[in-house]
Design a protein around this ligand. Structure first.
Ligand code: GDP
Ligand code: IMO
Ligand code: MG
Length: 428
């Protein structure tokens, strides 16, 4: 068996899409296992830009199948839109399938997400307003609608009726907003089921068979460990488990089947949305990194907050995920910045020095990162394709990360295009 898991180690947008695209050329399956269209995964093929939200980033290169597994929350309208966009660029999508067990993001989930954010004013989470949280809530509350239900008129109507009873009451009485109509939603979603019926399949059996046959299977994470519902900066997190552990429940494969656990981190840190960010650079340098790194959200267009690399949180992320291969992206963005800083410890509000990530989200804002300074470089590294071509200080930066975490960096990304990689060891 040859399984590969690509997960984000920071606050999302590490370049998982680019790495998945690169690895998918040799994959028989590329599988999304959590999250939904809150993700924005960017792939550049030459000058052409693709942003994938719900479709696995393998859709462009994978010769096998792309699967949206049971752990994903699926907005069928967003799915159809994305399929159409890809097809309009002359590419095929007949290899994309959705698990019958995956939960459906309904219009009331999106409205709930939006109304709650509006209600919070300045203290909102800063969600993508795609209905992710409310959909996962319904899944756990056992009232959710699954993809398989879109194929069964009676079940679908009954579930929509039941859900709208409580949701409409909330809309009307609590949020003072218009209510939704059962028939309208039913007609729309039964039609979506009809449109997608050939793509709605059981996926766990096929994936487990493929694992037994030794096929190459790539699991593509969305979001990242610091946004994990359990191990991120709760409550400023997403509502799923974007960890390697999430693959087991999110795709129905056993932990013993997971081999290559690839963690993707930017050479610095970004965060979009609210929540603590100890190494944030809320200054001119932060703005410079935002401009050079084009740090604007792929899903919402919001400017991303920027800051130094944080090895305290990265160590936490590697531990929870059991990462055995690291990818560092966007090293090119740090060219020309002097000196470079990397946080290795935090000083707590009572002066204690700690080197582990804490569960205390509220205190994190008062923690002072303790930095190591490294010398920068001025050479353009975007055309480097071997490790030897990197300037000595760029290598030192990578090796500092490796030594601190005790994990090898197997790929260094030096630009957004699919060929802009330094691959130090072939994993496939
Ligand atoms: P994802 O959500 O983890 O897939 O990441 P996003 O696609 O949201 O954000 C990463 C952004 O960085 C995208 O615009 C990529 O095209 C870009 N990118 C990825 N790797 C590199 C790199 O090594 N250098 C530069 N300059 N840009 C990169
Ligand atoms: P990719 O896969 C960055 C953030 C939102 C918000 C929080 C909760 O592109 O890395 P949600 O809509 O999920 O309930 O929002 O999580 N967020 C992301 N940030 N990249 C993402 O995905 C994200 N998906 C959600 O900004 O702070
Ligand atoms: Mg993204």
């Amino acid at each position: 068996m040859s399984t590969y898991v690509v997960v984000g180690l920071q606050y999302g947008d590490e370049g998982k899409g680019k790495i998945t695209d690169v690895l998918s050329a040799k994959s028989d399956y590329v599988v999304r296992f959590q999250g939904g269209d809150n993700a924005g995964h960017t792939v550049y093929v030459g000058d052409e830009k693709f942003v994938l939200h719900l479709l696995p980033s393998g859709v462009l290169q994978c010769k096998g199948k792309c699967i949206i597994a049971n752990g994903v929350v699926v907005n069928p309208k967003a799915f159809v839109k994305e399929i159409n966009q890809i097809e309009s660029k002359g590419m095929r999508t007949d290899h994309v399938f959705i698990s019958r067990r995956a939960h459906v993001i309904m219009p009331y989930h999106i409205l709930l997400d939006t109304y709650r954010e509006e209600e919070q004013g300045g203290t909102q989470l800063g969600t993508t307003k795609k209905g992710i949280g409310p959909c996962y809530e319904d899944k756990i509350a056992r009232v959710g609608i699954r993809m398989i239900d879109l194929l069964n008129p009676e079940v679908l109507r009954e579930k929509i009726e039941k859900n709208l009873k409580t949701k409409n009451s909330l809309f009307e009485k609590y949020f003072e907003k218009p209510t939704l109509d059962v028939e309208e939603i039913y007609q729309e979603f039964i039609a979506l089921g009809e449109l997608l019926k050939d793509r709605i399949v059981d996926t766990e059996l096929e994936l487990n068979e493929a694992i037994k046959e030794g096929k190459n299977i790539l699991f593509e994470g969305a979001q990242a460990l610091m946004l994990d519902i359990d191990f991120g900066t709760y409550p400023f997190v997403t509502s799923s488990s974007p960890s390697t552990g999430g693959v087991c429940t999110g795709a129905g494969v056993p932990p013993t089947a997971l081999q290559n656990l690839i963690g993707v981190a930017k050479a610095y840190t970004t965060r979009v949305g609210n929540g603590p960010f100890p190494t944030e650079l809320d200054d001119e340098l932060g703005e410079k990194i935002r401009q050079i790194g084009a740090e604007f959200g792929a899903t919402t267009g919001r400017p991303r907050r920027t800051g130094w690399l944080d090895l305290v949180s990265l160590k936490h992320a590697c531990m929870i995920n059991g990462i055995n291969n690291l990818v560092i992206t966007k090293l090119d963005v740090l060219t020309g910045i002097h000196p470079l800083k990397i946080a290795t410890k935090y000083k707590t509000e009572d002066g204690k020095i700690i080197d582990y990530f804490t569960s205390s989200t509220t205190k994190l804002n008062d923690y002072e990162p303790q930095y190591e300074e490294l010398e920068g470089w001025d050479e353009d590294i975007s055309n480097a394709r071997t490790y030897e071509e990197l300037p000595p200080n760029a290598k030192k930066y990578i090796e500092f990360i490796e030594e601190h975490l005790g994990i090898n960096v197997y790929l260094v990304s030096v630009g957004p295009e699919r060929s802009q990689n330094i691959i130090r060891k072939e994993l496939f």
